[in-house]
Design a protein around this ligand. Structure first.
Ligand code: CS2
Length: 470
């Protein structure tokens, strides 16, 4: 088929572009299915354009720029697909282009910086504090110190680059701004604040003080299952929409965004597109991180050990499903807030995970385990043990991960070298060594080490008939 390019809409008129007032770090599929969707659907969308900088995939900026930053959002329900062209991103930039980042963050019109840089990019130590000793942070502290004294110094991590840009905003006198973390971390606003202030200490000359007084760190809980786009998705968009789009994004119909914090320079009216603004975000955050993301991690490790490839396949396996439901029972002890309605939330999750048309790869979810398990297993287990129960549901998530890395499966993790070193140990030392990378306190609890050790091998058998992956 000779499809027209997406840079022109179907009536072949260029779409009007809103001015840049939001800078985003971490241009990936999730940002495009979530914050970009909410921004497009806010009633004041015409005033709020997004300039998005790439993180792990610099080529994403060039691909999107080639089609005028427009792309198709494919909303994939169990019953079929619907298509929408998203135009809220107006500029897509290689994350290494710090000159453009500084220019945009320093501009008076820019009011919000949103982040989807992955959990691992906040440089958290196992106790949740900012770790200035990681190679990325140490290099950035040096680069920022050089930049502060007028020498060549360009930070390499997204937050290091943000600190450089905030220094330019301070110098330009453009005033307060909001930084909004949209990564799956508890108290993500506070975590972002600590990481930014930690890096800003490299700058000296009061930058950290200016940030404390002028930058509001907003916490959010974000939710929309967005699997990686495949070649088949690209072909489907061309066939169904009649234009060629090399960067479509596929997501489930469900979406949720809860925000808490100040926006001193304004923001789009996202709440009119369905976002919820609350005073206390913690109960919502825990519900999502534990019930959705926690069970995702169980399915990622247990499911792959059992030979499954997608969330829907793994959930259809009774052994994996039971592990999920047991963990949910356990987590629910600590989700007592008003209005959380855990039974309804659980039912909705079963339906969302069971959507076989969304091929959400377990291998994608398995990445960055050490950071993710700290948010997904550790708090529930610690709360269970504090209440005098064993924490067996969370222990099973940890045991499945230990089995997964011990079995020699490929994985990506900021602590990959430390994981390999611990895997080389024997028996209890191995369990304790791996647990230590997730929580020093749990690794020092002999009851936890014994319980996790006992649960190893729980997913060792392959089910008789593995459902075909979609
Ligand atoms: C997943 C999340 O990859 C993962 O770790 O658990 O990306 C999950 O799909 C999203 O948080 C859903 O909102």
């Amino acid at each position: 088929m000779n499809a027209a390019p997406l840079a022109l809409n179907r009536s072949l008129k260029p779409l009007p572009k809103p001015p840049v007032r939001i800078v985003h770090l971490g241009l990936g599929a999730f940002h495009r299915s979530h914050q970009a969707w909410y921004t497009q659907h806010a009633p004041d969308a015409a005033e709020w354009g997004i300039a998005a900088f790439t993180g792990r995939r610099p080529d994403a900026a060039a691909a999107l720029s080639r089609q005028d930053c427009l792309y198709t959002l494919v909303e994939r329900s169990a019953g079929g697909d619907s298509f929408e062209v998203i135009g809220s991103i107006v500029e897509a930039v290689d994350g290494a282009n710090t000159a453009r980042l500084c220019e945009l963050v320093a501009a008076k019109e820019t009011a919000v910086v949103t982040l989807t840089i992955t959990e691992a990019a906040y440089g958290l130590a196992a106790d949740g504090t900012f770790d200035a000793g990681t190679p990325g942070a140490a290099d950035d502290l040096r680069a920022l110190s050089a930049a502060a004294s007028g020498e060549a110094g360009v930070p390499g991590t997204p937050l290091g680059r943000l600190v450089l840009a905030l220094a330019r905003r301070r110098d330009s006198g453009s005033g307060p701004i909001a930084v909004v973390s949209c990564d799956n971390l508890s108290a993500n606003g506070e975590v972002a604040r600590r990481a930014v202030l930690g890096l800003a200490s490299g700058w000296g000359s009061g930058l950290a003080g200016w940030i404390e007084a002028n930058v509001s760190f907003v916490s959010t809980s974000v939710d929309r299952i967005t699997p990686r786009t495949t070649e088949a998705d690209i072909a489907e968009v061309e066939e169904q929409c009649g234009y060629s789009d090399n960067s479509p994004v596929v997501a489930e119909p469900f979406r949720n965004w809860v925000l808490s914090g100040d926006f001193p320079a304004g923001r789009p009216r996202w709440e009119e597109a369905g976002a919820v603004v609350v005073g206390d975000i913690e109960p919502y955050e825990n519900r999502k991180l534990w019930l959705l993301n926690g069970s995702h991690s169980i399915l990622a490790y247990a499911g792959q050990l059992r030979g499954h490839a997608t969330v829907a396949d793994a959930l259809a396996d009774p052994l994996c499903r039971k592990a999920v439901e047991d963990f949910w029972d356990e987590a629910a002890h600590h989700l007592q807030g008003e209005g959380l309605d855990i039974p309804t939330y659980r039912r909705a999750l079963l339906e969302r995970f069971g959507n076989e048309r969304i091929a959400h790869r377990l291998a994608q979810i398995a990445a960055d385990a050490t950071t993710k398990l700290r948010m997904r297993a550790v708090p529930v287990m610690a709360a269970e043990r504090a209440d005098g129960r064993s924490g067996a549901g969370s222990a099973l998530m940890l045991a499945a991960w230990i089995d997964y890395v011990t079995a020699g499966n490929d994985f990506q993790d900021p602590l990959a070298a430390e994981i390999q070193a611990a895997v080389a140990l024997d028996g209890t030392n191995r369990v304790q060594g791996l647990l230590r990378l997730v929580s020093a306190a749990l690794a020092e609890d002999p009851g936890v080490v014994a319980l996790v050790s006992r649960l190893l091998g729980s997913f060792a058998t392959t089910p008789a008939a593995t459902p075909a992956s979609t």
